[in-house]
Design a protein around this ligand. Sequence first.
Ligand code: PEP
Ligand code: MG
Length: 591
Amino acid sequence: MTGGVRLSGVPASPGAAVGRAFLLDSRRVQEPREHIPPERAAQEVARLHDAIARSDQQLAEIRGKLLGQPQEHALIIEAHRLMLTDPTLIGGAEALIKSDLVNAEWAVRRIVRRLRTAFDDIDDPYFRERQNDVDYVGDRIVQNLLGVPTELTEPPPADAVLVSNDLSPAEAMMLLGSGHRIAGIVTDLGGRTSHTAIVARALEVPAVLGCERASELVGQGDLIALDGTAGLVVIEPSEQDLAEIERAAGEYREEEERALATKELEARTTDGIQVTLRANIELVEEVPSIIAHGADGVGLYRTEFLFLNRKEPPTEEEHFQTYRRLLEALPGRPVTVRTFDLGGEKALAARAKPEVNPSLGLRAVRYCLAHPELFLPQLRALWRASPYGELKVMFPMVSGVSELRRARAYFERAREEVVRDGYRVAKSLPLGIMVETPAAVEVADLLAKEVSFFSVGTNDLIQYTLAIDRTNQDVAYLYQPLHPAILRMLGRAVEVGRQHGIDVALCGEMAGDPAYTLILLALGVTELSMVGNSIPRVKELLRRTSSKEAKELFQSALALAGNDEVEAYVRHEMRRRYPDLFAQPAEAHAG
Ligand code: PEP
Ligand code: MG
């Protein structure tokens, strides 16, 4: 094969780019193991002290950047700094260098292992957590001994492609918080709904994730070309590879420009069907980007992101400040806040109890009901924020009426409490549910009597209906939004909504894929919520079609019984009818 090494991964954020690799090795570094001559011991001890001093300096810098963040974060960093002065760790490593004549890296690892096992016998979650802290401090010292960057503490240069095994939520947030753009992101792990993907899309940085071995194969400073639309990465690209990626980048830019020009235009079909397009967000920082892409408010704010990346849950005041900021950033536009959907794949690290089947476990509204100490502060904060904009609230993963009523009782209790505490609140708050379990579709008529709106979460509805774990790559091929079972369910949810006079929106990833726009239109969906940068293309499609055309496509698709055939037929038809909106995906080879 001529040209560079090609890797394929998950197309997590669209666009294409070329840049030098900024390699961040976040994997547990393998320490070199060396037996040293006695005369080198003093030198190794000096290296050890140097690495410890550097580690302390880094932690002090991180501590400085945490001003204004919860005290808890600062305390963790201080605890790590304290460990760096611990005689068991330092003195122990020093003694090992001298007695066993091993290099500093090896000595640090051996001591860390010893300290870990000391915690092993203590059956207390607090001490188990300390094991991770010892590891974390040990890793930092070893990385400093090796001169490997320990973590992303400031954004890489603007023209760099960040290549890493994975990005921690802290690193992803730091990138987002800095508002600093980089050329691209490539990681070994992660899928379309990982933190990194979400942050990349919010920053509008092309990203290819889940490349498996990228961080192993890429060297610091290698030239990297990536196409985040096709999920393609080329290491040290040839002239031909570069031309291919640059063509993809040009096409994407042109398409973006053309699509952004539709910002002020209505999402209305040629025969006058109006569709409301809103954005899914995870962070308030995404608001300027969704406005630029023409979102009419927020259809899904995933509040569980407020809980991640920290040890203690957010306080009522933090919840309140966030919702207020969000509502004030979107005056006059509806904002639907979903109460936290923790558990399942979005486990709260500090509290996670291992579950055999997390997706079928204590997740979403079930988790909320099991943890009123987390749920009530959020609900109180939502009521307190209610006078600041057009707030709507919804519960995730409701599976029946009793569950909804239990959650609603907390919602009402929160209102009574904040009113009693003297806060001003809106007269009422529209309350809705996510329809994302087959049970909710089956009893949609019963649920519709008790809520003001539905929002269909196709990501989970597909997972639970087709019985495929959405995080399992091996069954990803079965993830078929156009499976007739799914189409029937969507049709029913929309119909029940119509009969009961309540709004039905759709907020799963399916909403943002223009290949499905006509099908959703034919099903009668009139509100879609998606990642901001999908809005212009979906809008353009809507403006170029009619409900008649959509219905015809839908009927022909439904005539095909095979689930694979339906998907293939619709994609083929969309490409044929709108060739300018559906470029052929670039070819990717596993490297
Ligand atoms: C969904 O399930 O479709 C959805 C939008 O929610 P999440 O992806 O957060 O589970
Ligand atoms: Mg869901």
